[in-house]
Design a protein. Structure first.
Length: 159
């Protein structure tokens, strides 16, 4: 199995069970490669995780030529916390207003390093309620080399 230079899976030891299961599933479909291909991911393998899933496309914008990120799939928990469904929007348009730069930085880091990223994030949801979010970002690839999508599993709770 490929090891990661920065990501330490032990950091997930105090996270919710579903977070650990999500990482174990990603490792399983990755096998001995640096990251799994998108075709390896079957949502029906992890149905209880789907409400907390975000699937982000990594794209080169035709209007600016710069790389950017677009929401392809947004789970029910994320939709409810935003009071809107950002599916199809650029991250710049659909992220929490106070978290756009942080969201973009996280996606860029996963794309550049081609490895998982775990974050504990304090946010204020759209209703003005403080929430603590735990998010695990994992890369997916079309060709096994380039990150083409980022899969995120997120859980929120009131602090």
């Amino acid at each position: 199995m490929t090891s990661f230079s920065q990501f330490d899976p032990d950091i997930l030891g105090n996270t919710p069970k579903r977070m650990q299961e999500f990482y174990a599933y990603w490792c399983k479909i990755r096998g001995d490669r640096i990251m799994p291909r998108r075709i390896d991911f079957d949502p029906m393998d992890i149905p209880h995780h789907l409400p907390g899933i975000l699937l982000i496309d990594v794209v080169s914008r035709t209007d600016t030529g710069e790389r950017s990120f677009r929401y392809r799939v947004v789970g029910q928990w994320e939709v409810l916390s935003r009071n809107a469904n950002p599916t199809g929007l650029w991250v710049e348009e659909g992220a929490y207003p106070n978290a756009k730069e942080r969201a973009l930085a996280n996606y860029k880091l996963v794309q550049d390093k081609k490895e998982p990223l775990f974050r504990k994030i304090k946010n204020v949801n759209i209703k003005g309620v403080p929430v603590e979010e735990m998010a695990l970002f994992v890369p997916l690839s079309k060709d096994g080399t380039t990150v083409s999508q980022i899969l995120v599993y997120s859980e929120q709770r009131a602090p």
